[in-house]
Design a protein around this ligand. Structure first.
Ligand SMILES: Cc1cc2nc3c(=O)[nH]c(=O)nc-3n(C[C@H](O)[C@H](O)[C@H](O)COP(=O)(O)OP(=O)(O)OC[C@H]3O[C@@H](n4cnc5c(N)ncnc54)[C@H](O)[C@@H]3O)c2cc1C
Length: 355
């Protein structure tokens, strides 16, 4: 049997590679970065993500991830709090991706560092070499390969922005064991503590919201703080010198309904759930596991892809609705008030947006 080739050693690719290796398929895992980076992400591992990780032998608590037990919602002056259905965690992507990549290699996957430029029928094209394989697992996440790009809408695109507030008693006390969502017109900011005690502040917002602040990320954060006193209090734990990372044109809501034989699409290349739900990594892990299993059982890529798309529809659609309500000024306040007044409502929304 020719060796399967996995493109991208993010959560989806590493999990597919480690399960292929454990199944005796001798995979090659390719990533462009020799050193694991700290991808722009909310750094929130849902309880479903945590369960999937433990099943693979990667316990977030052992990686030092602080437990997250409650959701705190803010919209302007109003707020609400709800218990999470089960314990979740806060963990940086450097720690998570590093642990999964290491597990894949320890399981027998052959890691190669190369930037992939594109695909041809049955072949992966790198900058200075090619890999022939009848089974290619596309897990390049946020980054599209030439010829394989996911469609972009023409509207007001979504972008991500991340800043880390350094560890300190002040921010530690404010956030505690919560995942906070601060809703504002055109987007939201999620805040959760990470394994080093820092607070990961990650925003998903419309491009127009950044444009209104002259395209300056720190001015945007200050603008959000002006209308949201709780966010202002948290932002005051950092200063304007902190590095701010951004990522553009996130195709929230996109699902790969089909593929061609020999090409398994995983993670963000299979379905992009609005990040407000904090379920992107669970989708990455679930797709990596399902695709590896399909390959090992001799099931074709198209059958896998169609099945996974059906599985992803409900969480992605529910998360899309929540994101649209949350980004509208009245919707955000109504959502916060409803979570406060109707016990169990936030828990239901959280459950429905899980894979
Ligand atoms: C703003 C924002 C906040 C988010 N917050 C959360 C959250 O809190 N919780 C959560 O569960 N999800 C969150 N998500 C979603 C989550 O980040 C993604 O769903 C997840 O990273 C998808 O994993 P992946 O393995 O598919 O891709 P990625 O994590 O993007 O990994 C792709 C890998 O492929 C490699 N690669 C890319 N192109 C090439 C190439 N040409 N050649 C070789 N290698 C390549 C990269 O180096 C990388 O290692 C968030 C997303 C956004 C945009």
């Amino acid at each position: 049997m020719s060796r399967p080739v996995v493109l991208g050693a993010g959560p989806a690719g590493s999990v597919a590679a480690l399960l292929l290796a454990r199944g005796g398929a001798d995979p090659i895992l390719i990533d462009r970065d020799a050193e694991v980076g700290d991808a722009i992400c909310g750094g929130f591992l849902s309880w479903r993500t945590a369960q999937a990780l433990r099943a693979l032998g990667c316990d977030p608590a052992r990686l030092g991830a602080p437990a997250v037990c409650r959701l705190r919602l803010f919209a302007g002056e109003s707020s609400a709090e709800a218990a999470l259905p089960e314990t979740a965690y806060g963990l940086s992507r450097r720690a998570l991706d590093g642990a999964l990549r290491q597990l894949a290699v320890e399981s027998g996957a052959q890691l190669e560092i190369a930037r992939v430029r594109g695909l041809e029928d049955g072949a992966v094209i790198g900058e200075d070499r090619r890999w022939e394989s009848p089974a290619i697992f596309l897990a390049t996440g946020k980054h599209d390969l030439r010829g394989e790009a996911r469609p972009r809408s023409d509207g007001d695109l979504a972008l991500g922005l991340r800043v880390r507030l350094p560890a300190g008693a002040g921010i530690g006390r404010l956030i505690g064991d919560a995942i906070e969502l601060h809703l504002f017109p055109g987007g939201y900011a999620g805040i959760v503590l990470q394994e080093d005690g820092s607070a990961n502040v990650c925003l998903a917002l419309r491009k127009s919201a950044l444009a209104e602040e002259g395209g300056k990320p720190w001015d945007l954060l200050q603008g959000v703080a002006r209308g949201n006193p709780a966010f202002a209090q948290r932002l005051a734990c950092g200063d304007s010198d902190l590095p701010i990372d951004t990522i553009g044109a996130v195709p929230y809501g996109w699902i790969a309904r089909d593929t061609r034989e020999g090409l398994y699409r995983l993670g963000d290349q299979a379905a992009v759930i609005p990040s407000l739900a904090g379920e992107g990594m669970a989708i990455a892990l679930a797709s990596g596991r399902a695709a590896a299993r399909a390959f090992l059982q001799g099931e074709g890529a198209r059958a896998y892809q169609r099945r996974f798309a059906r599985q992803a529809v409900r969480p992605v659609k529910v998360a899309e609705r929540l994101w649209h309500v949350a980004e509208a000024p009245l919707g955000a306040r109504a959502m916060t008030a409803a979570s406060r007044l109707v016990p169990g409502l936030a828990g239901l929304a959280m459950r429905l947006s899980r894979i």
